[in-house]
Design a protein around this ligand. Structure first.
Ligand SMILES: [Zn+2]
Length: 262
């Protein structure tokens, strides 16, 4: 009897911690509260950005801010028009261009966008930058960090984490945040997302960039350019975002529907 009760409680907990990804409708398990994700990622972000050298290129900085603001506005508009206004408070957008030759960019939960100068060297238009930013913003909108932290939590602590006290849970979250974001370690950005998260971010990113008024068609040529090696020695962006044939095929397949619908 007690076992059954426990099972029911567990089940109820999992159902209540189920989220739905905007734009794709995929169900996901989110065991960490938005507040916990935001505060732990903000700590990581602040440490990183305090030490990161800012770009001295006014033109590139303006481009990052311009495209970033348009993507942020489209995201806010989408959330408001789709009954997700409650999510808007989770974003406090910031746009940074960092003096670093890595070809890379990321968006942390809370809308903290960071672009490296190395990426700007191979970006030839606002549309191309919107491909990358759309993808990165999509990871944040889809709460992929929370989902990954939740998965790690279950792997490392098992279901008993649910019985832990709040402070114990909070320590676990802080520890996981260090692993999940790992800013400054690895390739200088967050740990690679899973294949599923990558293709979801591609799909959502194309929609967001279309909503922001950019041309999603450039995505195919952009990822081909990245994969061709013409952009110099293996860009960091490729190590976390392999632009193989499958990825490009999926993008090509999604484009007609996205252009017709949004
Ligand atoms: Zn990604």
């Amino acid at each position: 009897m007690i076992k059954i009760l426990l099972l029911i409680i567990l089940l109820a907990f999992f159902l209540s911690s189920c989220g739905v990804v905007p734009l794709t409708g995929r169900r996901q398990i989110l065991l960490v509260s938005d507040q916990e994700v935001l505060s732990s990622s903000l700590t990581q972000y602040k440490d990183y950005i305090k030490a990161a050298p800012k770009s001295s290129s006014a033109a590139w900085s303006a481009m990052v801010t311009r495209v970033g603001k348009n993507m942020a506005a489209a995201t806010t508009r989408y959330l408001r028009q789709n009954g997700l206004s409650g999510e808007i408070k989770n974003f406090s957008w910031e746009f940074n261009l960092v003096k670093d030759d890595q070809v890379n960019a990321f968006c942390m939960p809370g809308g903290k966008i960071v672009v490296y100068e190395g990426l700007m060297k191979i970006i030839s238009s606002d549309d191309e930058l919107a491909v990358v930013l759309g993808h990165e913003v999509a990871h944040a909108v889809a709460k992929h960090s929370n989902e990954r932290m939740s998965q790690q939590m279950l792997t490392q602590y098992g279901a008993q984490i649910l019985n832990h006290s709040l402070s114990e849970k909070n320590i676990a979250v802080q520890k996981l945040a260090g692993i999940v974001y790992g800013v400054g370690t690895q390739v200088g950005v967050m740990l690679p997302f899973s294949r599923k998260h990558e293709s979801e971010a591609d799909y959502m990113g194309l929609i967001l960039m279309k909503m922001a008024g950019y041309n999603p068609d450039v995505a195919v040529a952009f990822w081909q350019k990245m994969a061709s090696g013409s952009t110099g020695a293996a860009p960091a962006l490729l190590s976390t975002h392999p632009s193989d044939a499958q990825r490009i095929r999926d993008i090509r397949k999604a484009l007609p529907e996205i252009k017709a619908k949004y």
